[in-house]
Design a protein around this ligand. Structure first.
Ligand SMILES: [Zn+2]
Ligand SMILES: [Zn+2]
Length: 402
């Protein structure tokens, strides 16, 4: 087995974090916790396990955060027990090449994506599920941080991995590998939209267009054809695609955002001292796909009273944020992580299955989103390019693995 790992010994972590402030390429140096590991194929440890040979795997923003060790040790998730060895790559599509004797949900040769974690209730074979697993929200499994019996080995950034079969979902024939690697981010975008589904006539802002932003625009349009979608983009090359995928209006990070919000929503702008501004009125819903203090502060001010901000951008640092709009305008601030099960046309369905269905029906388009591909051996180059979006016009970077 060949697979990329992050080996999180404290010394490597500290060294990399210190040096990466000076120069981002340090994360690829010998001192970095990132290594390409070559080991003999591990045997399947238990009857419900399988081996999957990878075909392709997308690089997610969260992989890049982990790679850069871009996390403060005083944020809530950092208090959970961590694995010393992290196998990167979850946006994978692969093929089942070995089956344990008790596997029922997949067969040899099936193309699969990974939708659960190897430590949730289903993967542990528990008869009674925790409340999160019960509602299909597997990333929030309440026992996931408890010690586990067997270790999953390998990830999407490698030639293969072993995992409990219950973490896999079969990919429909109609989907190409290039579409299948978007099943996970699209499942996330669908879950995010369902956190506060748009109502007819709603004015919605998607703040930030990377992969999730572009997918979210398309999902919002499916859920509510009669809503008005604005996208906030960082670079001009991102704007045309946002329009193509369903945005009605665009403005850019460097524009006067308050003026655009006032124009688009008839909000009133009040200017205080030292550049402080306040809007009365604004969007009904803002999806903060970036999740840094600058965007969250704006998101809260650009939302009308009784509107909602959905925070989906990943940021593993304490933030200095003005929360006054939460009480002063009764703005609801809610979060979104992972994927779950939703009610769509009276049918309970996993957002993963819904993602694959909508791609197969070409209701959600991903062709323009996959901008760069690399073989695994070129991983340094792949990460460097993925981290330098504007220069290379990157949306989604992926490894081609077979
Ligand atoms: Zn992802
Ligand atoms: Zn659970």
């Amino acid at each position: 087995m060949q697979t990329l790992i992050l080996e999180l010994t404290p010394a490597r972590m500290i060294l990399t974090r210190m040096l990466s402030r000076l120069n981002a390429s340090v994360i690829f140096s010998p001192a970095s916790p990132l290594r390409l590991l070559n080991i003999p194929d591990p045997p399947l440890p238990a009857a419900p396990w399988v081996r999957v040979r990878n075909r392709m795997c997308g690089i997610c923003g969260s992989d890049l955060h982990q790679l850069s060790l871009d996390v403060s040790l005083d944020v809530a998730p950092a208090a959970l027990p961590a694995h010393r060895r992290i196998y990167l790559g979850h946006e994978m599509v692969g093929e089942v090449v070995e089956l344990g004797p008790e596997v029922q949900n997949v067969r040899l040769g099936d193309r699969v994506v990974r939708w659960g974690r190897a430590d949730d209730c289903r993967a542990r074979g528990r008869q009674t599920l925790c409340p999160a697993c019960e509602r299909g929200h597997r990333v929030l499994c309440e026992i996931a941080s408890e010690p586990r019996e067997y270790e999953p080995i390998g990830g999407g950034f490698g030639d293969s991995f072993i995992t409990p079969a219950s973490t896999l979902l079969k990919v429909p024939e109609a989907l190409t590998d290039e579409q299948a690697i978007f099943a996970e981010p699209l499942a996330v975008a669908i879950h995010t939209a369902f956190r506060r589904p748009p109502r007819p006539g709603d004015k919605v802002l998607v703040l930030g267009v990377g992969t999730i932003g572009y997918l979210l625009i398309q999902v919002l349009r499916i859920l509510q054809p009669a809503c008005d979608i604005t996208a906030l983009t960082q670079f001009d090359w991102q704007a045309a695609l946002a329009f193509k995928l369903g945005a009605d209006h665009i403005f850019m990070v460097n524009d006067d955002g308050d003026a655009h919000v006032a124009r688009l929503t008839q909000a009133r702008v009040y200017r205080g001292r030292r550049g402080n501004t306040m809007l009365i009125g604004g969007f009904d819903v803002v999806f903060d796909v970036v999740g840094i203090p600058a965007t969250l502060n704006k998101a809260l001010r650009w939302t009308r009273s009784h509107g909602t901000v959905v925070l989906v951008g990943v940021n593993l640092h304490r933030m200095r944020v003005d929360l006054t709009p939460v009480w002063y305008q009764e703005v609801d601030l809610i979060g979104s992580i992972g994927h779950d099960t939703v009610l769509w046309q009276d049918e309970p369905i996993s957002t993963f299955d819904l993602a694959m269905r909508w791609m197969a029906e070409e209701r959600v388009l991903t062709d323009d989103l996959l901008t760069h591909r690399f073989p695994l051996a070129a991983y340094r180059n792949a990460f460097e390019i993925a981290l330098d979006k504007n220069r290379h016009h990157v949306i989604k970077t992926a490894f081609t693995l077979n």
